[in-house]
Design a protein around this ligand. Structure first.
Ligand code: 4AD
Ligand code: MG
Length: 466
């Protein structure tokens, strides 16, 4: 196992000067008197500069195979670098070629590739500068997420992946079955599926949210969160939707909508500050190559320090109606806000993150708490520039009768939600929570424009490679 990582070496964190390290070649430059290899092990955007005597015995015979993407192991002495661009370099005394990467066929040559091209090379793209940076930031954000919640005494609850409840009541679920569909398709005269023959003996699905199960634990452990994969069979081919994405869902007992927004704001700021402190070089890379205005870092810094604005849905509609923009989707009270509306509100009207609260009851999920006006629910969405909605949350309906009534009027199967109603029947408490799309957050902090570029293996309609 590689104990020393290039990131640590470049940061000057190694006391030992004699080092042995493995990695992949980024570049190899040869001249008469000296050769240079830039080596990466994926721990940082910068590689380690290796300096070689062209006559070094172990090098001579393999020099021509030291091409971009080849894997090598080297030993040598670390010294201060006389050249600009790096503090240290490794003077190599021994080099071994572990694996060639034929330059005729290796897809990731030095020149920059388009993100579309790299999306077709899912198995190799983490070796590129861009995707190395994306996945380091993703890892750090996940780590910071757990730290944030544990510092605040939240318990991490593992909600199930397979479920029989439609947690959003929106019918966007992938069915899970062991029934032989091929065989069934050949049977004549089948008018209904016999689920007693299926694995779970009832229709079951991949979860669209861990919220309902998180509510079980919030009404017993008080403050909890779930974080894991979530599935939606939304057939929307957009740059913001995945069929499999990761969602963070905190759920708090004895909490109202305001407390919910407070936590969401603290959380987003905490993650931004953590990444600004711990992924600085990667963020600088995104700013340089993916941010036209070159303002990514200063934007994140100012968002991390200012208060988020709050407007009601009703206010949002009147702002949109007063704007001179000809939206593709016409605006009137009662519509579901589309991305173009969300982006206008956050980018043009506010110029930063904004919570929109108190949405019409008819466009939101059954579990949201009815407001006194009986037209709106205690919901909140957090909208941010470039992405639109990154968080959706609400105070939950904790009144048994009101919730039961809602389930009935929305034509949901009451039997399915009996256990959920029980949480209100026995020791009910005001409670609230939210869901944050982890990939949406990553798009926001990295400036990547497509959600498919911030998850290892993107799944969307028509595509599930590997
Ligand atoms: O607004 P949503 O649908 O809310 C819920 O699922 C609630 N149960 C959350 C809760 O209150 N515990 O989804 C929450 C967030 C969205 O704001 C968005 O960021 C993300 O999940 N999201 C998606 N991200 C990528 N691809 C998709 N198809 C997404 N659908 C939702
Ligand atoms: Mg939503």
């Amino acid at each position: 196992m590689q104990k020393i990582r290039i990131k640590e070496i470049l940061a000057g964190n190694t006391d030992e000067k004699s080092l042995s390290i493995g990695g992949w070649v980024k570049t190899h430059r040869q001249s008469k008197n000296v050769s240079f290899i830039e080596l990466t092990d994926g721990s940082s955007i910068k590689g380690l500069q290796l300096v070689l005597d062209p006559n070094l015995e172990s090098y001579v015979s393999i020099a021509e195979d030291i091409t971009t993407g080849a894997s090598i192991q080297v030993s040598g002495e670390l010294q201060d670098s006389p050249a600009k661009g790096q503090a240290f370099e490794l003077v190599v005394s021994e080099i071994t070629l572990l694996g060639k990467a034929n330059p005729e066929t290796y897809p990731l040559q030095k020149k920059g590739h388009t993100l579309e091209f790299l999306r077709e090379q899912l198995h190799l793209r983490p070796r590129s500068n861009t995707f190395g940076a994306v996945f380091r930031v993703r890892d750090r954000a996940a780590f910071a997420l757990h730290t944030f919640f544990h510092e605040r005494n939240f318990a991490w609850v593992h909600s199930p992946i397979i479920t029989t409840s439609d947690g959003e009541g929106a019918g966007e679920m992938f069915q899970v079955t062991t029934l032989d569909l091929e065989k069934l398709s050949k049977k004549e005269n089948i008018s209904a599926i016999d689920y007693s023959q299926d694995f779970f003996k009832q229709p079951s699905f991949l979860t669209v949210t861990g919220q309902l199960q998180a509510e079980i634990f919030a009404t017993s452990l008080t403050n909890v969160y779930t974080f894991g994969p979530t599935f939606r069979a939304e057939n929307s081919n957009t740059t913001r939707h995945l069929a499999e994405f990761w969602m963070l869902e905190p759920e708090m007992a004895f909490c109202d909508l305001e407390g919910d927004m407070g936590l969401a704001e603290d959380f987003v700021k905490y993650i931004l500050n953590d990444l600004l402190a711990n992924c600085r070089e990667d963020l600088e890379f995104f700013q340089k190559f993916y941010d036209e205005d070159k303002k990514l870092i200063s934007t994140l810094e100012s968002v991390a320090s200012a208060s988020f604005e709050v407007i009601t849905y009703t206010e949002a509609i009147s702002i949109l109606e007063k704007s001179a923009i000809a939206f593709e989707f016409p605006v009137s009270w009662g519509i579901d806000l589309q991305t173009e509306h969300e982006r206008y509100l956050t980018e043009v009207h506010v110029g930063g993150p904004v919570f929109v609260i108190d949405y019409p009851k008819d466009i939101k999920a059954f579990y949201m708490r009815m407001n006194d006006d009986e037209k709106t629910v205690a919901a909140m969405d957090l909208l941010v520039p470039r992405c639109g909605e990154i968080i959706g949350g609400s105070q939950r309906e904790e009144r048994y009768d009101v919730l039961q009534n809602k389930i009935r009027t929305m034509n949901l199967d009451e039997k399915e939600y009996e256990w959920y109603l029980d949480l209100r029947k026995y020791g009910t408490v005001p409670h609230a929570g939210f869901g944050l799309g982890f990939e949406r957050l990553l798009m926001y902090v990295t400036g990547m424009q497509n959600v498919r570029d911030v998850i290892p293996c993107p799944r969307y309609a028509g595509s599930a490679n590997f």
